[in-house]
Design a protein around this ligand. Structure first.
Ligand SMILES: [Ca+2]
Ligand SMILES: [Ca+2]
Length: 95
């Protein structure tokens, strides 16, 4: 919890809350100086930048989707929606 509060404050101070890539940089800097790799992994395991219900770690490691976009392939169907329905979230589904 302490980590989240400190990271939140850093993000607010730097005005980077909505910029995913920059947020990653801030998180990286913070854990390099404070917690180390295992703390960073634990934090990243819970992070869901685009709030689509799939954690950033799963998006990167399992699905290959963009953790900053709810709809990686831009076809109008969210990544989670496509995965749940058995479609490939990286291949655009024509409506
Ligand atoms: Ca996500
Ligand atoms: Ca999609």
């Amino acid at each position: 919890m302490k980590h989240l509060i400190v990271i939140g404050l850093i993000c607010v101070v730097l005005g980077l809350v909505s910029v995913g890539a920059s947020a990653y940089f801030v998180v990286d800097r913070y854990f390099l100086g404070n917690g180390g790799q295992s703390d960073k992994d634990e934090f990243m395991n819970k992070l869901d930048t685009d709030k689509d219900g799939i954690t950033d770690k799963k998006e990167v490691d399992e699905y290959g989707t963009d953790p900053n976009k709810k709809d990686t392939d831009g076809d109008g169907y969210g990544d989670k929606e496509e995965i749940d329905a058995g479609y490939d979230p990286l291949v655009s589904v024509s409506k």
